[in-house]
Write a protein that binds this ligand. Structure first.
Ligand SMILES: Cc1cc2nc3c(=O)[nH]c(=O)nc-3n(C[C@H](O)[C@H](O)[C@H](O)COP(=O)(O)OP(=O)(O)OC[C@H]3O[C@@H](n4cnc5c(N)ncnc54)[C@H](O)[C@@H]3O)c2cc1C
Length: 399
């Protein structure tokens, strides 16, 4: 039985031929072997929060909803089955006295889905969620179960950390976590000019710092999160509107009422302020009438995952949010060249218009990643038309 699949924002829909929820690894391996023998395209889905058609297929869509629970724990390394939602995983980690180093804005994704696109939070010294991955188990394109670990299969692990579901289907994730910790969260309001003049200091003196800019009012909402007793008590040019204290998994993510579409790029951190200023002027002069919503500015530490947006460089990210009920295409297409001009790499789970010829120039380990991908999936069982356009075809596909 199949049904229409719609992503979180409602901007993507498709109907797979079959939706399969295998009960265990043996069943999953058989499914992939059979699909491969019949020349079918197989995709796996997390919670549907991406707004690029990564999971789209008219053949077989896999759900990992039957893969739950903790497999093992040794000190700060925990192995979980891959069907866990991020929110549930945070609760389980806390029961073990452990936590992820950082989180993004929400915890409604599957943890494996967040890993799949290199999901990040904010904080100059904090890496993407995938950086916790030190091993796991994947079913490859031949329907074989492949177990790997950072110690013995370094390149495979660095490829698997951000793989868009193209290396195989994770059944287990092995994660190196941190002792559980609490954070003091504050939200502040100020004018954007004051925020930008003080940006470096705000980024340097807070564990987590980001801001939203609201184009119509030119106000900025700042968010700071700090360990108890750390971080500034006061920001002289801003007033504190809200504060909260609690476990990291409770205070970093927020609730989302309004649905939106988003374009987000990862830039070398030193280019962030100039890029933001150019985007700001562009929105004010060209898009202000239609674009009332906000722009989000964050930072991320450099990491080694081959397709991470922060691969090899300290990063600032800039994202434009646009109400899901309004057309976003003209706006996003207009700002993308500015993001590219400053060395931006697109977020894999958000809207962008780049294809393989552009993308391969942005990642120093692009070729190595694809060597590994072809080894894991030689017949391209996991390659849907969208992945072919961003990974294989040399000219713009029909997206
Ligand atoms: C409201 C909202 C807030 C967001 N906030 C942030 C944020 O703060 N920071 C940020 O960086 N991003 C953010 N995102 C983007 C989001 O984190 C990513 O799109 C993420 O990948 C979505 O996870 P998902 O579980 O919904 O997976 P899906 O979107 O369903 O899938 C994502 C990828 O994971 C792969 N995958 C899923 N399961 C498996 C598996 N078992 N094995 C192998 N591959 C698998 C899929 O094939 C796909 O390629 C946000 C998105 C929304 C809608």
């Amino acid at each position: 039985m199949s049904k229409e699949i719609v992503n979180w924002s409602g901007s993507l829909r498709f109907t797979p031929g079959t939706i399969a929820a295998p009960a265990n690894e043996e069943e999953l391996c058989r499914l992939v072997q059979q699909g491969a023998a019949e020349g079918k395209t197989i995709r796996v889905r997390g919670a549907g929060h991406s707004s690029t058609p990564l999971a789209q297929t008219t053949d077989i869509l896999i759900s990992m909803e039957n893969f739950h629970g903790v497999v093992s724990r040794e000190e700060n390394i925990i192995t979980i089955r891959s069907g866990m939602m991020l929110k549930d995983a945070n609760e389980v980690f806390l029961e073990h006295g452990l936590a992820l180093e950082n989180l993004g804005d929400v915890d409604l994704q599957a943890l494996v889905g967040a890993v799949g696109t290199g999901t990040h939070g904010t904080g100059r010294n904090l890496r993407i969620l995938s950086d916790h991955l030190v091993g796991g188990k994947l079913v490859n394109g031949k329907g074989e179960l492949v177990e790997f670990s950072l110690g013995t299969d370094r390149d495979l692990t660095l490829a698997a950390r951000v793989a868009l579901g193209s290396l195989g289907i994770f059944t287990q994730l092995r994660l190196r976590l941190y002792p559980a910790f609490k954070l003091h969260r504050k939200e502040w309001c100020t004018h954007i000019e004051d925020c930008m003049i003080n940006l470096d200091r705000l980024i340097d003196t807070n564990r987590n710092f980001d801001f939203y800019w609201y184009p119509r009012s030119d106000e900025a909402k700042l968010r700071t999160l700090n360990l108890p007793g750390e971080g500034p008590d006061d920001i002289p040019f801003a007033w504190c509107q809200k504060e909260r204290f609690g476990w990291s998994g409770d205070v970093i993510p927020r609730e989302r009422d309004n649905k939106f579409d988003e374009i987000e790029f990862w830039l070398p951190i030193e280019n962030g302020p100039d890029c933001f200023e150019e985007i700001r002027q562009r929105i004010k002069t060209v898009h202000r009438k239609n674009v009332g919503w906000r722009v989000l500015y964050r930072t991320v530490a450099a990491d080694e995952a081959f397709l991470s947006g922060a691969h090899g460089r300290a990063t600032a990210t800039i994202s434009m949010h646009h109400n899901a009920s309004l057309p976003h295409d003209d706006f996003f297409r207009d700002v993308e060249p500015i993001l590219l001009k400053y060395g931006g790499r697109p977020h894999w789970g958000k809207k962008h218009y780049r294809v393989v010829s552009d993308l391969k120039l942005l990642y120093p380990k692009w070729e190595r990643f694809h060597e590994i991908r072809r080894g894991m999936d030689p017949d391209g069982v996991f390659m849907n038309p969208y992945l072919k356009a961003i990974f294989e075809q040399e000219k713009e596909g029909d997206r």
